[in-house]
Design a protein around this ligand. Sequence first.
Ligand code: ZN
Length: 274
Amino acid sequence: MPEGDTVHRAARRLNEVLAGREVTRCDIRVPAFATADLSGHRVHEVVAVGKHLLMRVGGTTVHSHLKMEGSWHVYRPGSRWRRPAFEARMVLDVGPTPGDTGAEGDGTPDPGWQAVGFALGELELVPTRDEDSIVGRLGPDPLGERFDRDEALRRLTADPGRPIGLALLDQHTVAGLGNDYRNEVLFLRGVLPETPIGQTDAAAVLDLAVRLIRANRDRVERVTTGDTRRGRRLWVAHRENEPCRRCGTRIRMGHLGDDALTERQTFVCPSCQR
Ligand SMILES: [Zn+2]
Protein backbone atom coordinates (compact mmCIF):
# COMPACT_ATOMS: atom_id res chain seq x y z
CA MET A 1 0.00 0.00 0.00
CA PRO A 2 1.33 3.46 -0.82
CA GLU A 3 2.93 5.21 2.14
CA GLY A 4 5.17 8.26 2.27
CA ASP A 5 8.10 6.39 0.72
CA THR A 6 6.01 5.39 -2.32
CA VAL A 7 4.62 8.89 -2.75
CA HIS A 8 8.00 10.62 -2.45
CA ARG A 9 9.43 8.25 -5.05
CA ALA A 10 6.53 8.96 -7.40
CA ALA A 11 6.98 12.70 -6.91
CA ARG A 12 10.70 12.51 -7.71
CA ARG A 13 10.07 10.57 -10.90
CA LEU A 14 7.28 12.91 -12.03
CA ASN A 15 9.45 15.92 -11.22
CA GLU A 16 12.33 14.50 -13.29
CA VAL A 17 10.27 14.23 -16.44
CA LEU A 18 7.72 17.05 -16.04
CA ALA A 19 9.48 19.99 -14.37
CA GLY A 20 10.26 22.88 -16.69
CA ARG A 21 8.09 21.56 -19.53
CA GLU A 22 4.89 22.90 -20.97
CA VAL A 23 1.63 20.97 -20.80
CA THR A 24 0.44 20.06 -24.30
CA ARG A 25 -2.61 18.04 -23.30
CA CYS A 26 -4.59 17.77 -20.09
CA ASP A 27 -7.39 15.25 -19.61
CA ILE A 28 -8.94 15.07 -16.15
CA ARG A 29 -11.48 12.27 -15.72
CA VAL A 30 -13.01 13.40 -12.46
CA PRO A 31 -16.40 15.11 -12.85
CA ALA A 32 -15.66 18.15 -10.68
CA PHE A 33 -12.56 19.05 -12.70
CA ALA A 34 -13.35 17.50 -16.09
CA THR A 35 -13.41 20.90 -17.81
CA ALA A 36 -10.17 22.15 -16.26
CA ASP A 37 -7.41 22.52 -18.80
CA LEU A 38 -3.79 23.16 -17.88
CA SER A 39 -2.58 23.14 -21.50
CA GLY A 40 -0.10 25.87 -22.25
CA HIS A 41 1.07 26.16 -18.67
CA ARG A 42 4.48 25.14 -17.44
CA VAL A 43 5.02 22.46 -14.80
CA HIS A 44 7.11 24.09 -12.07
CA GLU A 45 7.70 21.09 -9.87
CA VAL A 46 6.20 17.98 -8.34
CA VAL A 47 6.64 17.41 -4.62
CA ALA A 48 5.35 15.06 -1.94
CA VAL A 49 4.24 16.17 1.49
CA GLY A 50 3.56 13.12 3.61
CA LYS A 51 1.29 10.98 1.45
CA HIS A 52 0.05 13.93 -0.61
CA LEU A 53 1.37 14.59 -4.08
CA LEU A 54 1.42 18.19 -5.28
CA MET A 55 1.99 18.96 -8.95
CA ARG A 56 2.45 22.70 -9.47
CA VAL A 57 1.41 23.82 -12.95
CA GLY A 58 1.09 27.52 -13.79
CA GLY A 59 -0.69 28.96 -10.76
CA THR A 60 -2.54 25.73 -10.07
CA THR A 61 -1.67 22.78 -7.86
CA VAL A 62 -2.91 19.34 -8.84
CA HIS A 63 -3.33 17.56 -5.53
CA SER A 64 -3.59 13.78 -5.56
CA HIS A 65 -3.61 11.04 -2.96
CA LEU A 66 -2.92 7.43 -3.89
CA LYS A 67 -4.97 5.92 -1.02
CA MET A 68 -5.10 2.13 -1.41
CA GLU A 69 -4.65 1.40 -5.10
CA GLY A 70 -3.50 4.57 -6.83
CA SER A 71 -0.33 5.09 -8.81
CA TRP A 72 1.25 7.55 -11.20
CA HIS A 73 2.98 6.22 -14.30
CA VAL A 74 5.27 7.96 -16.71
CA TYR A 75 5.32 7.03 -20.40
CA ARG A 76 6.76 8.21 -23.66
CA PRO A 77 3.86 9.46 -25.81
CA GLY A 78 2.17 6.60 -27.65
CA SER A 79 3.44 3.88 -25.30
CA ARG A 80 1.05 1.23 -24.05
CA TRP A 81 -0.21 1.83 -20.50
CA ARG A 82 0.51 -0.76 -17.84
CA ARG A 83 -2.88 -0.29 -16.18
CA PRO A 84 -6.34 -0.34 -17.80
CA ALA A 85 -7.52 2.93 -19.35
CA PHE A 86 -10.74 2.98 -17.31
CA GLU A 87 -8.65 3.42 -14.16
CA ALA A 88 -7.03 6.59 -15.48
CA ARG A 89 -8.09 9.73 -13.60
CA MET A 90 -5.71 12.19 -15.19
CA VAL A 91 -3.56 12.26 -18.30
CA LEU A 92 -0.99 14.99 -18.69
CA ASP A 93 1.24 15.33 -21.73
CA VAL A 94 4.24 17.62 -21.77
CA GLY A 95 6.39 18.71 -24.68
CA PRO A 96 10.17 18.70 -24.94
CA THR A 97 12.32 20.70 -22.58
CA PRO A 98 12.53 24.21 -24.02
CA GLY A 99 15.61 24.50 -26.23
CA ASP A 100 16.11 20.74 -26.44
CA THR A 101 17.58 19.57 -29.70
CA GLY A 102 18.39 15.93 -29.16
CA ALA A 103 18.10 14.52 -25.67
CA GLU A 104 18.17 11.01 -27.10
CA GLY A 105 21.75 11.56 -28.14
CA ASP A 106 21.06 10.88 -31.82
CA GLY A 107 19.77 14.28 -32.84
CA THR A 108 16.14 13.18 -32.47
CA PRO A 109 14.17 15.82 -30.60
CA ASP A 110 12.89 14.81 -27.19
CA PRO A 111 9.31 13.58 -27.74
CA GLY A 112 8.11 14.73 -24.33
CA TRP A 113 6.39 12.65 -21.70
CA GLN A 114 2.99 11.51 -20.62
CA ALA A 115 2.03 11.19 -16.94
CA VAL A 116 -1.04 9.12 -16.07
CA GLY A 117 -2.60 8.95 -12.64
CA PHE A 118 -4.50 5.66 -12.12
CA ALA A 119 -7.16 4.91 -9.49
CA LEU A 120 -6.24 7.99 -7.47
CA GLY A 121 -8.06 8.12 -4.14
CA GLU A 122 -8.28 11.89 -4.37
CA LEU A 123 -7.73 14.31 -7.20
CA GLU A 124 -8.40 18.01 -7.05
CA LEU A 125 -7.11 21.28 -8.40
CA VAL A 126 -6.51 24.21 -6.09
CA PRO A 127 -4.77 27.55 -6.53
CA THR A 128 -1.14 26.98 -5.49
CA ARG A 129 -1.43 29.81 -2.96
CA ASP A 130 -4.10 27.73 -1.17
CA GLU A 131 -1.99 24.57 -0.77
CA ASP A 132 -1.98 25.06 2.98
CA SER A 133 -5.65 24.18 3.04
CA ILE A 134 -4.52 20.66 2.10
CA VAL A 135 -1.15 20.12 3.73
CA GLY A 136 -0.89 22.97 6.25
CA ARG A 137 -1.96 20.90 9.24
CA LEU A 138 0.13 17.82 8.52
CA GLY A 139 2.79 16.76 11.00
CA PRO A 140 6.51 16.83 10.15
CA ASP A 141 7.47 14.58 7.23
CA PRO A 142 10.56 12.37 7.82
CA LEU A 143 11.15 12.34 4.05
CA GLY A 144 10.77 16.11 3.76
CA GLU A 145 13.70 18.47 3.44
CA ARG A 146 13.31 19.93 6.91
CA PHE A 147 12.08 17.23 9.27
CA ASP A 148 11.42 18.71 12.72
CA ARG A 149 11.95 15.69 14.96
CA ASP A 150 11.17 17.56 18.20
CA GLU A 151 7.88 18.81 16.82
CA ALA A 152 6.99 15.29 15.68
CA LEU A 153 7.76 13.95 19.16
CA ARG A 154 5.73 16.74 20.75
CA ARG A 155 2.72 15.84 18.59
CA LEU A 156 3.20 12.12 19.18
CA THR A 157 3.20 12.51 22.95
CA ALA A 158 0.57 15.26 23.18
CA ASP A 159 -2.07 12.82 24.44
CA PRO A 160 -0.32 10.24 26.68
CA GLY A 161 -3.48 8.11 26.92
CA ARG A 162 -3.80 7.62 23.18
CA PRO A 163 -2.89 4.18 21.81
CA ILE A 164 0.52 4.40 20.13
CA GLY A 165 -0.82 2.47 17.14
CA LEU A 166 -3.31 5.25 16.43
CA ALA A 167 -0.97 8.17 17.00
CA LEU A 168 1.61 6.74 14.58
CA LEU A 169 -0.95 6.61 11.75
CA ASP A 170 -2.29 10.10 12.44
CA GLN A 171 -0.99 12.27 9.60
CA HIS A 172 -1.20 15.32 11.86
CA THR A 173 1.40 13.68 14.10
CA VAL A 174 3.96 12.42 11.59
CA ALA A 175 3.17 12.72 7.89
CA GLY A 176 3.87 9.79 5.61
CA LEU A 177 3.79 6.82 7.97
CA GLY A 178 1.22 4.20 7.06
CA ASN A 179 0.03 0.84 8.26
CA ASP A 180 3.08 -1.21 7.28
CA TYR A 181 5.46 1.03 9.19
CA ARG A 182 3.15 1.17 12.18
CA ASN A 183 3.06 -2.62 12.42
CA GLU A 184 6.74 -3.13 11.78
CA VAL A 185 7.96 -0.44 14.17
CA LEU A 186 5.76 -1.65 17.03
CA PHE A 187 6.93 -5.22 16.50
CA LEU A 188 10.58 -4.15 16.53
CA ARG A 189 10.01 -2.14 19.72
CA GLY A 190 8.06 -5.01 21.35
CA VAL A 191 5.01 -2.81 21.90
CA LEU A 192 1.34 -3.68 21.31
CA PRO A 193 -0.55 -1.13 19.19
CA GLU A 194 -3.14 -0.57 21.94
CA THR A 195 -0.50 0.54 24.48
CA PRO A 196 -1.03 4.14 25.67
CA ILE A 197 1.77 6.39 24.45
CA GLY A 198 2.63 7.43 27.98
CA GLN A 199 3.64 3.84 28.73
CA THR A 200 6.02 3.57 25.78
CA ASP A 201 9.40 4.98 24.91
CA ALA A 202 7.81 7.27 22.33
CA ALA A 203 11.11 8.83 21.27
CA ALA A 204 12.59 5.43 20.45
CA VAL A 205 9.47 4.44 18.50
CA LEU A 206 9.56 7.68 16.52
CA ASP A 207 13.27 7.47 15.76
CA LEU A 208 12.93 3.90 14.53
CA ALA A 209 9.94 4.79 12.34
CA VAL A 210 11.92 7.64 10.80
CA ARG A 211 14.92 5.38 10.20
CA LEU A 212 12.80 2.68 8.53
CA ILE A 213 10.92 4.96 6.16
CA ARG A 214 14.11 6.78 5.20
CA ALA A 215 15.85 3.47 4.51
CA ASN A 216 13.09 2.69 2.01
CA ARG A 217 13.10 6.07 0.32
CA ASP A 218 14.75 4.76 -2.85
CA ARG A 219 13.50 1.18 -2.80
CA VAL A 220 10.55 -0.10 -4.80
CA GLU A 221 9.85 -2.93 -2.36
CA ARG A 222 9.44 -1.99 1.27
CA VAL A 223 11.95 -3.80 3.51
CA THR A 224 12.21 -3.68 7.29
CA THR A 225 13.96 -6.98 7.97
CA GLY A 226 17.09 -6.15 5.99
CA ASP A 227 16.32 -9.17 3.77
CA THR A 228 15.22 -8.06 0.31
CA ARG A 229 14.13 -11.53 -0.86
CA ARG A 230 10.47 -11.99 -1.71
CA GLY A 231 8.41 -13.07 1.26
CA ARG A 232 11.11 -12.07 3.78
CA ARG A 233 10.96 -8.30 3.67
CA LEU A 234 8.58 -7.61 6.57
CA TRP A 235 8.45 -8.87 10.14
CA VAL A 236 4.71 -9.02 10.81
CA ALA A 237 2.71 -6.93 8.32
CA HIS A 238 0.44 -9.07 6.10
CA ARG A 239 1.69 -12.26 7.82
CA GLU A 240 -1.41 -13.38 9.72
CA ASN A 241 -1.04 -16.94 11.09
CA GLU A 242 2.52 -17.21 9.80
CA PRO A 243 5.28 -17.89 12.36
CA CYS A 244 7.08 -14.95 13.94
CA ARG A 245 10.54 -14.66 12.41
CA ARG A 246 12.01 -14.34 15.90
CA CYS A 247 10.13 -16.77 18.11
CA GLY A 248 7.86 -18.87 15.87
CA THR A 249 4.61 -17.77 17.54
CA ARG A 250 1.80 -17.27 15.03
CA ILE A 251 1.27 -13.65 13.96
CA ARG A 252 -2.13 -12.37 15.02
CA MET A 253 -4.24 -9.94 13.04
CA GLY A 254 -6.49 -7.38 14.69
CA HIS A 255 -8.03 -4.01 13.99
CA LEU A 256 -7.41 -0.59 15.43
CA GLY A 257 -8.81 2.82 14.53
CA ASP A 258 -10.50 5.91 15.96
CA ASP A 259 -13.61 4.89 14.03
CA ALA A 260 -14.69 2.57 11.23
CA LEU A 261 -13.26 4.98 8.68
CA THR A 262 -9.75 5.00 10.09
CA GLU A 263 -9.69 1.37 11.18
CA ARG A 264 -6.74 -0.57 9.81
CA GLN A 265 -5.37 -4.05 10.30
CA THR A 266 -2.82 -4.62 13.00
CA PHE A 267 -0.35 -7.50 12.91
CA VAL A 268 1.40 -8.48 16.11
CA CYS A 269 3.43 -11.29 17.61
CA PRO A 270 1.72 -11.97 20.95
CA SER A 271 5.01 -13.23 22.40
CA CYS A 272 7.40 -10.53 21.21
CA GLN A 273 4.96 -7.65 21.84
CA ARG A 274 3.56 -7.05 25.31
ZN1 ZN B 1 7.67 -13.35 18.18
